[in-house]
Design a protein around this ligand. Structure first.
Ligand code: ASP
Length: 343
C-alpha cells in the first residue's frame, strides 16, 4: 500500500442515491449533492482525499443519453493526472449501459473508475447507499507500490465488485440489483475486502490513455419473439441513416429460418449495414452454426456478439461506429474482446 493517501474524485450524476421525496407528489427527485455528502460524515474517516464534482442538473438515469457519457468522460479526462481513482454516482436503471460505454470510451485506462448508486436514497433509514458509496471509495483507493490495483471500469453494488461491461440490472426490488453472469466477480466485500486478482483487467500501461468521444447513435435494437412480423422487421430497417442493428436472438444465437427474415438481413448487409447477433439469455453465448437455425446467419455475414450483454453491445457498437473503420476491421473488432467484455 502507498504511504500517501490516494486522491479520489467523486462524480455525481444523479440517481436514487441522492434523491428526496417531493412533498406534493411523493415521487423521488434529485437534490443537491452537497447535502448528500453531509448525510455521510463517515466519509471523512476514509484514508483518502476526496474531491467532488456534480452534474449541474443531476438526472434520473432513465434520462441517460450518450451526451452525458461524454460529459463523464470529459470530467475523467480533465482530472486524470490529478486523481488516483474515480467513483461515479449514477442511477441504477441505466448504470450498466453508461459504465459499459465508458469502458470502451476510456482506452488504456490505468486507474479505477467505479460506478455505484443505491436502491434507496441516502437519507432513508434502511438505505444501501452508505455501504455502496464507502466501499466504492475504498476500492478506488486500493494501491500497491503507489499504483492503483484496479485499472478498469467496474461497478460496485451490494458487496460485490463487477467488471462493468459484464453487468446487467436484474432486480428492481432487491438490494442485489446487478448480476454478471458471464464473468466472475472482481471482488467481494465481507469482513475483508477480497480482491480476485486473477480476474482483474490487465491493460497495457505503457500505452497512452485515450478518450474516445465520437459515438454514433444511428443504431437499432430488435428483440425477436415468436410471431414477429415482416412489417415490424422491415420498418426498422427503413429508418433513415441506420448504420447497424443488434438482434437479440434466442439461446445460442438462433432465430426463425423464415425466408423473409434472412432475405431482409442479407439485403441490408449488402447495403453496408452491420448486423450483430446477441442472445436474449442473461448467461451463455451466441454460437452461430451450432444449430441449423443460426447457420444461415453466419453464412450471410452476421457479426457474432458472443457472450456480450445487451448493455455492452450498445456501447461497443456506438464506439466502433465512431471509429470509422473498414467493414472488415469492424467485424473483427466487434468479435474481439477490447475491454474484457467477451470471453
Ligand atoms: N430511477 C433511478 C435511476 O436510475 C433508480 C436508481 O437510481 O436506482 O436514476
Amino acid at each position: 500500500m502507498s504511504t500517501s493517501n490516494p486522491n479520489i474524485l467523486l462524480i455525481y450524476t444523479g440517481g436514487t442515491i441522492g434523491m428526496v421525496k417531493d412533498f406534493k407528489t411523493g415521487a423521488l427527485k434529485a437534490f443537491d449533492f452537497k447535502t448528500l455528502l453531509d448525510k455521510i460524515p463517515e466519509i471523512q474517516l476514509l484514508d483518502c482525499k476526496i474531491d467532488t464534482v456534480s452534474f449541474k442538473k443531476p438526472i434520473d438515469s432513465s434520462d441517460m443519453d450518450p451526451k452525458y457519457w461524454i460529459q463523464i468522460a470529459d470530467i475523467i479526462e480533465e482530472n486524470y493526472k490529478n486523481f488516483d481513482g474515480f467513483v461515479v454516482l449514477h442511477g441504477s436503471d441505466t448504470m450498466s449501459y453508461t459504465a459499459s460505454a465508458l469502458s470502451f470510451m476510456l482506452e488504456n485506462l490505468a486507474k479505477p473508475v467505479v460506478f455505484t448508486g443505491s436502491q434507496l436514497p441516502i437519507g432513508d433509514l434502511r438505505t444501501d447507499a452508505k455501504e455502496n458509496l464507502i466501499t466504492s471509495i475504498q476500492v478506488a483507493s486500493l494501491q500497491e507500490k503507489g499504483k492503483p490495483i484496479i485499472k478498469e471500469v467496474c461497478l460496485y453494488f451490494e458487496y460485490k465488485l463487477y467488471r462493468a461491461n459484464r453487468t446487467t440490472k436484474i432486480n428492481a426490488e432487491h438490494f442485489q440489483a446487478f448480476a454478471s453472469l458471464n464473468y466472475p466477480d472482481l471482488a467481494e466485500s465481507g469482513v475483508h475486502l477480497k480482491i480476485n486478482n486473477e480476474y482483474l483487467f490487465k491493460p497495457n500501461i505503457r500505452k497512452k490513455f485515450v478518450v474516445h468521444k465520437d459515438l454514433d447513435k444511428n443504431i437499432a435494437l430488435i428483440k425477436v419473439f415468436p410471431g414477429i412480423s415482416k412489417t415490424v422487421f422491415t420498418s426498422i430497417f427503413s429508418i433513415p441513416n441506420l448504420k447497424a442493428v443488434i438482434i437479440e436472438t434466442y439461446g445460442a444465437g438462433n432465430s426463425t429460418t423464415k425466408k423473409w427474415f434472412i432475405d431482409i438481413l442479407k439485403e441490408n448487409i449488402s447495403k453496408g449495414i452491420h448486423i450483430i447477433n446477441i442472445t436474449q439469455c442473461s448467461g451463455g453465448s451466441v454460437m452461430m452454426g451450432q444449430y441449423e437455425t443460426s447457420s444461415e446467419l453466419k453464412r450471410i455475414g452476421v457479426i457474432s456478439g458472443k457472450d456480450i450483454t445487451t448493455e455492452a453491445a450498445i456501447g461497443k457498437l456506438m464506439y466502433l461506429l465512431g471509429q470509422n473503420i473498414s467493414r472488415k476491421a469492424f467485424k473483427t473488432n466487434y468479435e474481439t474482446s477490447l475491454r474484457g467484455e467477451i470471453n
